[in-house]
Design a protein around this ligand. Structure first.
Ligand SMILES: *Cc1c(COP(=O)(O)O)cnc(C)c1O
Length: 411
């Protein structure tokens, strides 16, 4: 129980947990099935190069999202790079600044300049109203990111892309198993890219996929992921090695079969967080629309420091001392990381909402290692800290001053 300030580990209390609770603890399906698949792969002695497991995985993913083509890749970053190249992106492409750095790097890696757009604070996604202003004669594409699995404003972005004759793709790394207006993500824009990294909703350990309904684009992407090989001894385009291995596909297949269990666990935890975070002034849980299908993979809170007195970073420190490894996401924003920080030193001026959000968001643990008992305890820590925000902040500030004094004196 965490009832008083002195119960907090940061002030000498016993940590709430013995084992650390992680954000992005991997979802795993049936071990029996996976081991069966792995044995089968070993019997076949076919470990990669578009084997039957990768083919089957691609079919299942395409079926599940209701899209025509799925091209599995070794990870989403390479998937994004291939998709961007297959779409012919050059010059500049517009992306949100509030995303994982891979969205920007995948462009920059092939000398396409990412132009950072601000987000809509209500959705945390790229703001279509701000996209248009960033379009220049060099712009060739727009890349939306479905942050936390909540879909971008797809229609507005589609209209802008049509009007200016731009390519439109989505980084759907967070959004496998989510829908937008009754249609599964994977069907929007020219293509969408999923991540199957270990921390994502469905994982293949490392992995990703390009999903599209455009046959020609699918053909190009498929060539590119295999060095450009169109046949034995025949190379048609510049390619890379973006292949998914059979072992990864086996993990993915086993996990797909447990997808419903993953959602149920996440949804259950989301409900517990709603229950136990209720009425804490200054703490807002990011909610998901009930009318959409969702994976509930991310439990996200926003800390309003004006109300809590405590900063998001202080709350994170408190949670870490309790062995709750809450994570800041997309902090400090892509535009504040290299090489973009040096290239666009003033980008922050136009990215007000991104900067505000990056300073206030905290992701909390969910998934199979977490249940009602854990959520209750995590929320007690947050409640005690925030409801005594002024006092907690004072003690933390004093301790920090003490620390720097000791460091200074030791010099
Ligand atoms: C995880 C993630 C990626 C990268 O995926 P990998 O499979 O790890 O390469 C890209 N974009 C976003 C938004 C992500 O969350």
């Amino acid at each position: 129980m965490k009832k008083r300030i002195d119960d907090l580990a940061i002030f000498g209390g016993t940590p709430a947990f013995v084992e650390s609770l992680h954000v992005g603890y991997p979802n795993l399906g049936s071990r029996e099935k996976l081991l069966y698949y792995i044995n089968d792969i070993l019997d076949r002695r076919w470990l990669t190069n578009q084997g039957v497991y990768v083919q089957r995985f691609e079919e299942r993913v395409a079926d599940f999202v209701g899209a025509k083509y799925c091209i599995a890749t070794c990870n989403a970053t390479i998937g994004l790079m291939i998709a961007m190249k297959a779409l012919g992106l050059m010059g500049e492409a517009i992306i949100p600044a509030f995303t994982f750095i891979a969205t920007a790097h995948a462009l920059q890696w092939q000398e396409v300049t990412p132009i950072f757009c601000d987000i809509d604070p209500r959705t945390h996604n790229i703001d279509p109203e701000k996209v248009e202003r960033l379009i220049t004669p060099r712009t060739t594409g727009i890349i939306g990111v479905h942050v936390w699995g909540r879909a971008c404003k797809v229609e507005a972005l589609t209209q802008i892309a049509r009007r200016y004759n731009l390519k439109l793709m989505f980084d759907a790394a967070h959004a496998f198993g989510c829908s937008y207006q009754g249609r599964m993500i994977g069907n929007f824009g020219d293509c969408e890219v999923f991540s199957f990294h270990a921390t994502k909703f469905v994982n293949t350990s490392e992995g990703g996929a390009i999903v599209t309904n455009d046959g020609e684009l699918a053909r190009r992407a498929r060539l590119m992921k295999n060095f450009g090989f169109a046949d034995f001894d025949r190379v048609d385009v510049v390619g890379i090695n973006g292949k998914m291995s059979e072992l990864s596909a086996a993990i993915g297949l086993a996990n797909l079969e447990s997808l419903k269990d993953f959602v149920n666990i996440n949804y259950r935890n989301y409900g517990y967080y709603q229950k136990y975070l209720r009425d804490i002034d200054g703490i807002e849980l990011v909610l998901f629309e009930d009318c959409q299908v969702h994976n509930y993979q991310y439990i996200v809170i926003k800390v309003d420091e004006n109300v809590t007195s405590l900063s998001r970073d202080q709350l994170q420190k408190i949670l870490w001392k309790e062995k709750v490894l809450a994570r800041r996401y997309f902090y400090p924003g892509c535009h504040r990381m290299e090489p973009y920080r040096t290239r666009f030193p003033d980008a922050g001026v136009e990215l007000r909402e991104t900067e505000k959000l990056a300073k206030s968001v905290l992701c909390l643990p969910t998934g199979p290692a977490v249940g009602e008992v854990q959520v209750n305890l995590i929320c007690q820590i947050i409640r005690v800290s925030v409801e005594n925000g002024v006092g907690v902040k004072r003690r933390m500030d004093m301790a920090a001053e003490g620390e720097s004094y000791v460091k200074e004196a030791a010099r």
